[in-house]
Design a protein around this ligand. Sequence first.
Ligand SMILES: Nc1ncnc2c1ncn2[C@@H]1O[C@H](COP(=O)(O)OP(=O)(O)O)[C@@H](O)[C@H]1O
Ligand SMILES: [Mg+2]
Length: 336
Amino acid sequence: MIEVENLTKYYGPVPAITDITFQVEKGEILGFLGPNAAGKTTTMRILTCFMPPTRGRARVAGYDCLDQSLEVRRRIGYLPENVPLYNEMRVTDYLHFVSAIKGIPRRERSRKVAEVMGDCGLLEVAGKINGKLSKGYRQRVGLAQALLSDPEVLILDEPTVGLDPRQIIEIRNLIKSLAGRRTIILSTHILPEVSMTCQRVIIINEGRVIAVDTPENLTAQLEKSAQVLLQVEGPPEEVVTILSRVEGVLEVERRDIAADHQVHTYLVKSQPALDLRKELAAAVLRNQWGLLELRGVSLSLEDIFIRLVTEEEGSAADHPSQSTSGPEGPDEEEEL
Ligand SMILES: Nc1ncnc2c1ncn2[C@@H]1O[C@H](COP(=O)(O)OP(=O)(O)O)[C@@H](O)[C@H]1O
Ligand SMILES: [Mg+2]
């Protein structure tokens, strides 16, 4: 449904994206994950025909984003990073106005507007003025306008940014409910976001693709060890010794973040996919120490980025012909 090939965009002399290549199958939800300034918005703007690439090409439903932009635009609904709403308009009037712009026949407009308002949970704010809406509702109006022409493809640029946790869950569920019939690309800089909504993830950094996989594979592949964090009240040397003896433990690291007399924090590493929480808790209790906290630690987005970028640099040094790496040169980075 979407094919992107060697997409490159320069703003002046600086490349924002370089040789971005990926495909999205019909009905798939693809997560576009990357830190700020990675090039997510730039890629999305090219896909939605807002600007041409410097090099490379993008096709949507077989149509070229540059040469057949009208056909592409007809098939795409776009939720930009900052939803541009006319603040003085009421929600319903605004959506009618957008349907007119999108060329939806007059007799169908009321039905379409009511339909997207229902889908996006906007009926209760129908008569409100856009400018008075909360960020969450503004985002829904943005999503509603993107859905008006019943597009095959939805491009959503950071749809949950700036929302509170409850609104994030609502928007996420809404996006999931839209999947299936539609092909969706969703950008985010938050890892759990993609694990919860997307079937496949592309990670970009500094304008280049550094990984493409399912969220599960990415996490599994990168998680070299399972980690459990414990806060224990007890004599630190003994605690380290006892925890290290638990079967499957590879390493125990003492972290004195909450250092207070006998209370210390420990990070216990074990083989990947090994859950030692019960055994560790039992070991602490057997020694009659106080167990103040115990939780599994999963990789953060930062960890994943650092590992991917470090691995890319390592493999680029091994195979100089592979040029999909991030920053050039063998920067010495500490193993994390
Ligand atoms: N209109 C522009 N003019 C010049 N540089 C830009 C422009 N838009 C984006 N950039 C630069 O291109 C890079 C990628 O930006 P962007 O695509 O917005 O990243 P993201 O959406 O991942 O945060 C950044 O370094 C940004 O500063
Ligand atoms: Mg952006």
